[in-house]
Design a protein around this ligand. Structure first.
Ligand code: AHR
Length: 627
């Protein structure tokens, strides 16, 4: 490899490597969002879904929060030896760490204006002891006004199979609403916070941009169940429940997948700020998910006529929510009331996710007109369409050029061949017009749709092509980010987790290696010799003493000796080498908690039980001076 270190080329956008977050595979509720109670507001279609009850438990619907009206009344069971109570076992189970503090909160009142008591406890359902309860406390509830009560519980030992119980003590009835349990130790300690280990893994990627909230959930299986950002802000108690698009369709694996919106747009923007990523929200363009609908004719899945105005207004209001003046705008005022008077400084907005057909471009243009006029500084991202109906994944590019978007969002869930040949996709790409946002991509192995080292290697090869063409590719986000081992609808994914643990896949490490070694400028690189299997790119990092960073990917099965000639570089320089490689001595096991049989390390990946099969190894070495 020959690299001319004196000739720096295109600037690499700080947003180049980022993350795509979608509430799929229990990525939000039951995942990144720290809440441990499923159906905390009794708003699921059957209000007691997720709850076990005993004694006098009655669901009522005239509670204190207009958009979440349900609550339960706990009353005397009518039998002397039967208590009244409710139990919650979490999203896909509930697990608790020994010695950690958990904050229990509940809204409660005594309908008869008296005083009553609740007993709140944590249980170890695997316990062999006489009682399952490992810690508990009493709460005095006073008066007929709704009030929020909070206590902290600390389980003495780690519990894999836990539950939360709330019992009525005595015979005086108590109404309870929004029953919640969070670790006190969330990411950055926010009360309505994120699960710390998962948030830290995201932060460790040092993403330059974060796209949210999806994916197909942006669109919804129906227009009504699209991700409605306006419902995701303000007090959590009053954020209405939504059915996710992933509770639908032929990929349905669960029947209780709803969005509490507890992890809402305020929390997304705050998280972006904390991890240093540019926020990239995606909004519905007025079309429900086309994979879920009969799209041969216009129907209820598409906003027609004036009904599109509501969607356009949502986009305008979002810009105000992020950047507006709280004194002048009602949405900006909510941002300030939620604790962020300063603007979030939104720069990018995507309209529509994976849209196709003749309708998308006109709808997008209807959004662009007012946004361009009112907020000319906002960069607009359109979609290049996916791959249905025998059409290519990028067939909407001409329409996007005509519309004059700033970026085009391309999605690649493709096989190894695509990713290897895709490394040169942008070499001869038009330099004029919209820039590229590779908004969702992951190598889906031929007949091997799971996380595997070889897929990660192909992704790395592809990324050298993104990097070499940094003048045209400005952002790239692998997808999806998260998957719960007991609740996934889609794989491969970047990070797998259960209720206590998480694991970085080899694709995670590829993303991280590129992202933390992003550099600031492309360096020209030429490759000669036995190059079939070798993919490479080089960058200079002007922010770090003009360091030169070379990424080399060997997609073959054998070692290949490589010499790197850094023309113009001082030969006194020191060199760090980081190699992502697999340890052959580790057992292969199964992958991604499916039943697929794996016979080679290339088809295998890290797992929760064996998280270090494939990890980066860094060593310092000397630069050889030419004689
Ligand atoms: O990432 C999973 C899904 O893939 C996204 O929701 C969608 O945009 C794409 O089809």
């Amino acid at each position: 490899l020959e690299i001319n270190t004196n000739k720096s080329g295109a600037e690499i956008a700080p947003t180049m490597y980022g993350i795509f977050f979608e509430d799929i595979n229990y990525g939000a509720d039951g995942g990144l969002y720290g809440e441990l109670v499923k159906n905390r507001s009794f708003e699921f279609p059957q209000p007691l879904m997720g709850w076990n009850t005993i004694g006098g438990v009655e669901v009522r619907n005239d509670g204190p929060f207009s958009r979440c009206p349900h609550y339960v009344r706990l009353s005397y069971s009518g039998k002397r030896d039967m208590s009244t109570g409710i139990e919650n076992r979490g999203f896909l189970g509930m697990s608790l760490l020994g010695g950690e503090e958990y904050r229990f909160t509940v809204w409660a009142r005594v309908p008869g204006d008296a005083q009553a008591q609740l007993n709140v406890g944590l249980r170890d359902l695997d316990s062999q002891e006489e009682s399952f309860t490992v810690c508990d406390t009493n709460i005095n509830v006073c008066g007929s006004e709704w009030r929020k009560y909070a206590v902290v519980l600390t389980p003495p030992h780690t519990i894999k199979k836990a539950s939360l119980t709330v019992f009525l003590k005595g015979n005086t009835p108590v109404d309870v609403e929004h029953v919640s349990l969070f670790p006190v130790n969330t990411w950055r300690g926010h009360e309505n916070g994120l699960r710390k280990d998962l948030a830290q893994l995201v932060a460790d990627l040092r993403p330059g941009v974060m796209r949210f909230p999806g994916g197909c959930i942006v669109e919804g299986a129906t227009l009504n169940t699209r991700y409605n950002w306006k419902n995701s802000i303000g007090p959590v108690e009053n954020r209405p429940l939504n059915e996710t698009r992933w509770n639908y369709g032929k990929e349905r694996t669960h029947f209780d997948y709803y969005q509490s919106y507890g992890l809402g747009f305020f929390e997304f923007f705050q998280f972006c700020e904390e991890i240093g990523a540019e926020p990239l929200p995606v909004l519905s363009c007025g079309m429900a998910c086309q994979f879920n609908n009969d799209i041969t004719t216009k129907g209820s899945w598409i906003a027609q006529g004036d009904s599109l105005n509501e969607f356009i207004q949502d986009a305008i209001d979002l810009i105000e929510f992020c950047n507006g003046d709280p004194e002048k705008n009602e949405w900006a005022k909510i941002r300030a009331e939620m604790g962020h008077p300063e603007p979030f400084n939104l720069k990018y907005l995507a309209i529509g996710n994976e849209q196709w057909g003749e309708w998308y471009a006109p709808m997008l243009k209807a959004f662009m007109k007012p946004i361009r006029k009112l907020y000319p500084q906002i960069k607009i991202i359109g979609s290049s369409g996916p791959w249905p109906d025998g059409k290519e994944y990028d067939y909407l590019w001409p329409e996007m050029r005509k519309a004059g978007v700033d970026f085009v969002d391309e999605h690649f869930y493709k096989d190894e061949d695509f990713f290897l040949s895709g490394a040169s996709r942008y070499d001869n790409f038009p330099r004029k017009g919209p820039k590229v946002y590779a908004g969702e991509y992951a190598c889906h192995g031929k007949g091997k749709k799971w996380n595997r080292f070889y897929s990660a290697i192909c992704e790395a090869a592809f990324m050298t092509g993104l990097e070499r063409n940094a003048d045209v590719v400005k952002m790239a986000t692998y997808a999806p980010l998260f998957a719960h081992i007991n609740g996934w609808q889609w794989r491969p994914d970047m990070i797998w987790f259960d209720n206590l643990r998480s694991v970085r896949t080899s694709s995670y490490y590829v993303q991280q290696l590129f992202s933390v070694n992003r550099g600031t400028h492309v360096l020209p690189i030429s490759v000669s010799g036995n190059t079939d299997k070798i993919y490479a790119s080089a960058v200079a990092d002007k922010d770090d003493k003009n360091a030169v960073i070379v990424k080399v990917v060997n997609t073959g099965e054998k070692d290949i000796p490589v010499s790197i000639n850094l023309k113009g570089m001082n030969c006194e320089s020191s060199m760090l080498t980081t190699v992502l490689s697999a340890s052959e001595s580790q057992p292969l096991g199964n992958v991604n908690y499916g039943s697929d049989k794996v016979h080679s390390i290339l088809d295998c990946d890290n797992s929760l039980d064996n998280p270090e099969r494939i990890i980066p190894h860094t060593a310092e070495s000397k630069v050889m001076c030419p004689h």
